[in-house]
Design a protein around this ligand. Structure first.
Ligand code: FES
Length: 104
């Protein structure tokens, strides 16, 4: 990570069953909370034009709302059909309760 950029999101405001989304310097990013952990991926599914922030998060897996493909939010790995291409993940950190995104 070369620099950390504020997302303007507070960790505690992100619901475990309701991923957040934010656009940071042109990156459309979905932010997930699993317990006390925060993860970030590209918000756009690698299979079609669906927004993962509108999907269903279960444990570390986000299910796309359009065709139910799943990704691991920790690694971005595509887990089941119809998604075959992994999704980009972003480093995140929480500083004083605020979520920051790592950009190259
Ligand atoms: Fe996400 Fe098809 S658009 S699984």
């Amino acid at each position: 990570v070369q620099r950390w950029v504020e997302t303007g999101l507070l960790k505690n405001a992100i619901g475990e069953d309701e991923p957040a989304s934010v656009i940071v310097e042109g990156h459309d990013v979905a932010i997930y909370r699993v317990g006390e952990e925060i993860f970030a991926t590209s918000n756009i599914c690698t299979h079609g034009q669906a927004r993962l922030c509108e999907g269903y998060l279960e444990d570390y897996e986000i299910e796309c709302p359009l065709h139910q493909g799943r990704f691991d939010v920790r690694s971005g790995k595509a887990l089941c059909a119809p998604v075959t291409v992994d999704i980009r993940v972003y480093p995140v950190e929480v500083q004083d309760g605020s979520v920051r995104l790592g950009l190259a």
